[in-house]
Design a protein around this ligand. Structure first.
Ligand SMILES: O=C(O)CCC(=O)C(=O)O
Length: 346
């Protein structure tokens, strides 16, 4: 628990274990590149086209008018802030370094980083797809404080998952897959809720909140808050994601890249820290079931076409791609297609 950054006294300098060599920390572009902002209340055809275009071009986009009430977003923001303000004694039982635990509080990332440290604390909770049902046992192990956390989190998860599923159905229409292609085991694993907290950092140019990584799940919805941090790799440059009030940032996970046989890419992103302000971001990772075998959709490989990716069980995929280390193959030069060639599978 003593390594939780948000509970430690503020530091005058960044400890050596957090320092990243400058060549691994290129600054974001100063050019103005904005992620597409898609108005979900537009016509079906317009929204389908916009999602497919944004997905192909950036792998990241923002959605507004998505139907999740402002109150649900505001309650989520407030409860996350309340959680991180709780005294250490109220959170100590949640702290764990055990990456196999579905519900836990920890510092750093869930990836294996070979000992590199990152400037982030995280509350990570497994959310069964039936979350919100009375008597649901799987959300045992969630924090019991603040008192309204469970109710607020469950409502947020159910509603944002709905937005993610809607985006997937629109993508299906746009890409020529049957509309319910993702409705079954491809999206029915426990969703993962990550409440990431990045305390102010004495030297944001020396470290990162999260290293460059691609999400390993199907699709992710993010609420990033007003403090800058998230950057996305586009055309070889790091692009700052502008805050759009009330929006979800949507990005494709590696499973979506596999299913679409590479038509859509899972794109690297990283999180910068901030000297003056703490930053909290909420991520909802929609996931396949652990035993779901994910491979390219036949419809997208086409008659006589070549599948560019092997089919793998989701748990096996996560085991193989558990490491995110600066300078390693799966980040900085993401090329899942090549990594997935039979010879490269360990
Ligand atoms: O904090 C953010 O804005 C992004 C979080 C993220 O990329 C992650 O949790 O994987």
């Amino acid at each position: 628990m003593e390594n939780m950054l948000h509970l430690a006294p503020s530091l005058a300098r960044v400890p050596d274990c957090f320092i990243i060599p400058p060549d691994q920390l290129p600054p974001a572009t100063t050019g103005v590149v904005s992620l597409p902002v898609i108005d979900m209340s537009g016509s079906h055809d317009e929204v389908c086209r916009a999602i497919l275009d944004a997905g192909k071009e950036y792998g990241f986009f923002q959605v507004v008018n998505h139907g999740v009430p402002e109150q649900v977003m505001q309650d989520m923001e407030a409860v996350c802030a309340e959680f991180y303000r709780l005294p250490a004694a109220d959170k100590a039982h949640l702290y764990s370094e055990d990456k196999t635990k579905p519900n836990r509080l920890f510092s750093g990332t869930t990836y294996n980083t070979g000992g590199d440290k990152y400037w982030m604390d995280c509350l990570r909770l497994a959310c069964p797809v039936t979350v919100g049902d009375a008597g649901d046992a799987t959300s045992d192990g969630w924090p019991d404080k603040p008192r309204r956390l469970r109710e607020v989190f469950e409502r947020f998860v159910a509603q944002s998952r709905g937005v993610g599923m809607q985006v997937l159905r629109l993508l299906c229409d746009a890409a020529g897959l049957r509309a319910d292609y993702f409705d079954g085991e491809l999206s029915r694993g426990d969703a993962i809720l990550g409440v990431n907290h990045y305390p102010p950092c004495p030297d944001p140019a020396a470290t990162l909140g999260l290293p460059p990584h691609c999400d390993r799940n199907l699709i992710t919805l993010l609420v990033t808050g007003p403090v800058h941090g998230l950057e996305v790799l586009h055309a070889g440059e790091w692009v700052k994601v502008q805050h759009v009030p009330g929006a979800f940032v949507v990005n494709f996970g590696l499973q979506l890249e596999v299913v679409t046989n590479g038509m859509l890419k899972s794109v690297e992103h990283r999180v910068m820290t901030n000297a003056a302000l703490p930053r909290t971001a909420v991520a909802l990772f929609i996931c396949p079931t652990e035993d779901c075998v994910v491979g390219p959709a036949e419809e997208l490989v086409g008659d006589g076409g070549t599948p560019c990716y092997r089919a793998l069980r989701f748990d096996e995929f996560k085991r193989i791609y558990a490491t995110v280390k600066l300078g390693s193959a799966l980040n900085l030069t993401t090329n899942l297609k090549n990594n997935q060639k039979a010879d490269n599978i360990m």
